[in-house]
Design a protein around this ligand. Structure first.
Ligand code: FAD
Ligand code: AMP
Length: 473
């Protein structure tokens, strides 16, 4: 009898498995994906076809485009850089392999048992695992569902894995498409669009909604839209794709815009319209679980399902589909299984778009606060006034700190600019400790760093910024 069976080895499952073992729980992790040698392919979406390979390509493509567009600003003249896509992809694959093998090593070191196969929950104490070798029943005191998510397919643009692909296919192109279409201006569409645009594709993004990045700060969304269009991502809002037809040469994309039908011809089309929770053949008839209208497994704030001893974490439950949210939920759950007190500060899950410049935020927006009737004050600082940002030639964007009007407690931090993700991370730490804008203002920031913009924005909340001329009395 195991203490816990964890289904899925993505950032929710593998992190939960390691912590469970650290806590002395007899732990098994079931993963259905296998590598070419027939071993479990650990790491889930994030390590294999998500966060890591996309960041590898974002980094490579950024260097390439920097060499073409910006080296000469620094007085460095180079011949036109030559692109070796095969080598770029090989580098990405090596990083993925290193990390997935690393998870396997961590499982061994932590004595997590690995089982390869598809898991199906029979009841709260039994999981059936089926593989080529047959099926077996695992007996357990607890079950943690961490089965993640997969790209949503839309019937109007069926994936053919050739010229109409999902995010996974878009990480594998062997040549740079001349004309690239993307359906969806969400985080994944923007990141993948950036990769291929930097490598030379003419990118057109079609987004059904009229609003760009509705979850972000309004002013940041406006600036980001302008900047990305300037960079060559041709983002079209209010354009709902109604069909995509592939012939051997190209893809004809038809979309509706203001009541008119329009056409776009592209060499490749990426469908990036969101992701759906993985629950196919997971919930046995008598296990007592079902999915909600979005396909998620319903859970409370502690990731408990409606069946005792069955928990669900990560992309398969409500909330943002983010690796760090998934991992922290996994840790919370196994700590609770081990009898410890643990909870998730959901209001402090940071979001990042790893474009260049990056977009990042944590906490509430001005719009959220106004809607809840909470009075607030804000302080902003432009990177154009940061010495380090200027020295690096990275002065686009700004950072905004939002604090409670009376208590000065920081309620949200929103950034668009160099190292925005790392800067916002500092705000997450401050907010975790209940910091006020004044606390951040009293903190010493190394000079010259782009992080000083956070310091200045925090000071600006109370009219005390040093390097901008709009100080309040
Ligand atoms: P997953 O990582 O999807 O893992 C679930 C695992 O469960 C899979 O390995 C699957 O094979 C296995 N499984 C499913 N069903 C069964 C079953 N019945 N039996 C056995 N095994 C099963 N997030 C970020 O935070 N930062 C980023 O930069 C980022 N970039 C991304 C880029 C792309 C292109 C994509 C697609 C996603 C990105 N994400 C990013 C999202 C991130 O990958 C997910 O939020 C994260 O992987 C969710 O973790 P998870 O463990 O819940 O699920
Ligand atoms: P996200 O869920 O953040 O990954 O973003 C996916 C985006 O795709 C959303 O902004 C959707 O509005 C958009 N989308 C979904 N279906 C279509 C469609 N048929 N045409 C254009 N955009 C779409």
């Amino acid at each position: 009898m195991y203490d816990v069976v964890i289904i899925g080895s993505g950032p929710a499952g593998y992190v939960a498995a390691i912590r469970a073992s650290q806590l002395g729980l007899n732990t098994v992790c079931v993963e259905e994906s296998s590598d070419s040698d027939g071993n479990s392919q650990l790491g889930g979406t994030c390590l294999n076809v998500g966060c890591i390979p996309s960041k590898a390509l974002l980094d490579s493509s950024h260097r390439y485009s920097d060499a073409i567009k910006h080296f000469s600003d620094h007085g460095i003249e180079v011949n036109k850089p030559k692109l070796d896509i095969a080598k770029m992809m090989d580098r990405k694959s090596k990083i993925v392999n290193q990390l997935t093998l690393g998870v396997s090593g961590l499982f061994k070191a932590n004595k997590v048992t690995q089982v390869l196969g598809h898991a199906k929950i029979i009841d709260s104490n039994h999981v059936e695992v089926s593989s080529k070798k047959g099926s077996e029943i695992l007996e357990t005191k607890n079950i943690v569902i961490a089965t993640g998510s997969s790209p949503i397919n839309i019937p109007v643009a069926e994936i053919n894995h050739k010229d109409i692909v999902d995010s996974t296919g878009a990480l594998e192109f062997k040549t740079v498409p001349k004309k690239l279409g993307i359906i969806g201006a969400g985080v994944i569409g923007l990141e993948l669009g950036s990769v291929w645009s930097r490598l030379g594709s003419e990118v057109t993004i079609l987004e059904a909604m009229d609003e760009f990045l509705p979850m972000a700060d309004k002013k940041i969304a406006k600036d980001v839209f302008k900047e990305f269009n300037k960079q060559g991502l041709n983002i079209n809002l209010g354009c709902k794709v109604t069909s995509a037809l592939s012939n051997k040469k190209d893809v004809t994309v038809t979309y509706e815009n203001n009541g008119n039908l329009k056409e776009l011809m592209v060499d490749k089309l990426i469908v990036a319209v969101g992701r759906k929770p993985n629950t196919d053949n997971l919930l046995g008839e008598n296990c007592g679980l079902s999915v909600d209208e979005k396909g998620c497994i319903p859970v409370n704030d502690y990731c408990e399902t409606n069946v005792q001893n069955i928990w669900a974490v990560g992309d398969v439950v409500r909330g943002p589909m983010l690796a760090h949210k998934a991992s922290e939920e996994g840790i919370m759950v196994v700590e609770r299984i081990a009898g410890k007190h643990a909870e998730m500060p959901y209001e402090l899950v940071p979001s990042v778009i790893y474009t260049h410049p990056e977009v990042a935020w944590v906490g509430q927006t001005e719009e959220d606060l106004s809607a809840s009737g909470i009075e607030f004050k804000t302080g902003s600082f432009p990177f154009a006034a940061s010495g380090r940002a200027l020295a690096s030639g990275e002065s686009t964007g700004f950072i905004k700190v939002i604090a409670d009007k009376k208590t000065d407690t920081i309620l949200g931090v929103h950034a668009f600019g160099p190292s925005a993700a790392d800067i916002v991370q500092q705000a997450v730490v401050a907010m975790e400790f209940g910091a006020s804008a004044e606390d951040l203002g009293l903190t010493i920031f190394s000079h010259p760093t782009v992080s000083e913009a956070l310091h200045e924005a925090a000071l600006a909340v109370n009219g005390q910024a040093i390097h901008i001329g709009n100080r309040k009395k």
